[in-house]
Design a protein around this ligand. Structure first.
Ligand code: KIV
Length: 278
């Protein structure tokens, strides 16, 4: 990373990156060490996604995730964040019902959580909220395609925008989000041709997940790309490591050594007069 790249990432910088053809890197993080890791590796956007519900909290979908749970994780990620733009997901029912409630919830993610921006799922229906959030200086990232909070209406986790009318509708929605003032849009599980068209027609960046290589940036769930997740392998995820297997082997070795008495060994014991822990 050059000196110039060490400057904090802003929403404006992301738009400039699109203009210059520089790809945007984004990953999720839900705690301090992960956010620190992403910053050290120079990732541009750290998203505290409501995927935390499935990845860390054992829920079957993102729907049960509460504002308090999101805030807890946003605060933790904030403590590990230095350069990246920290974006917090607004959980299901925290932004759909009432303008004042939406502003208060988003405001908490910014003021108490330390996020730089929030992300909302949905199209046309979110445009009025995006405008209201901008009035109180809260930047918004949109999210189209497979929006997991809508899994029950969508009938499962499926690729979106395959039919020509659906594709046309998604393009219209993307333009509406841009018009409402969103600074970027996540495109999740969308055919690459549609993602390319949306990317070409918008002046704000598209961040793809399962949306092919033409988006202005890419995002993955950190635990998926590190091979820490134990769920089924998803087509759009590339596993850059196999940490679950390594962790399982380490924990099994520890249990074995405790049982057979080979851990702790002499080098792990405090000899006379040694008080320091290292
Ligand atoms: O919740 C999340 O992690 C997300 C990303 C996968 C885009 O919304």
């Amino acid at each position: 990373m050059s000196m110039a790249d060490k400057a904090a990432v802003t929403t404006i910088k992301l738009v400039e990156m699109k203009q210059k053809g520089i790809k945007i890197t984004a990953l999720t993080a839900y705690d301090t060490p992960s956010a620190r890791l992403l910053n050290e590796a120079g990732v541009d956007v750290v998203l505290v996604g409501d995927s935390v519900g499935m990845v860390k909290l054992g829920y079957e979908s993102t729907i049960p995730v509460t504002m308090d749970e999101m805030l807890h994780h946003v605060k933790a990620a904030k403590r590990g964040n230095s350069r990246a733009l920290l974006v917090a997901d607004m959980p299901y029912l925290s932004y759909e019902l009432d303008v004042k409630e939406t502003l208060r919830n988003a405001g908490r993610l910014m003021k108490e959580g330390g996020a730089h921006a929030v992300k909302l799922e949905g199209g046309i229906e979110t445009a009025p909220m995006i405008k209201e959030l901008l009035k109180i200086n809260i930047p918004v990232m949109g999210h189209l395609g497979l929006t997991p909070q809508a899994v029950n209406r969508l009938g499962g986790y499926k690729v979106q925008g395959r039919k020509p009318q659906e594709a046309e509708h998604m393009l219209t929605e993307a333009k509406i989000l841009e018009g409402a003032g969103a600074f970027a849009v996540v495109l999740e599980c969308v055919p690459p041709t549609l993602a390319r068209e949306i990317t070409r027609k918008l002046s704000i960046p598209t961040i793809g997940i399962g949306a092919g290589s033409h988006c202005d940036g890419q995002i993955l769930v950190l635990d998926d790309m590190l091979g820490l997740s134990d769920g089924p392998e998803l087509k759009f995820v590339k596993r850059y490591a196999d940490l679950r297997r390594a962790a399982l082997a380490a924990v099994a070795a520890y249990a074995r050594e405790v049982r057979d008495g080979s851990f702790p060994a002499a080098e792990h014991e405090f000899a006379d007069r040694i008080n320091t822990l290292r």
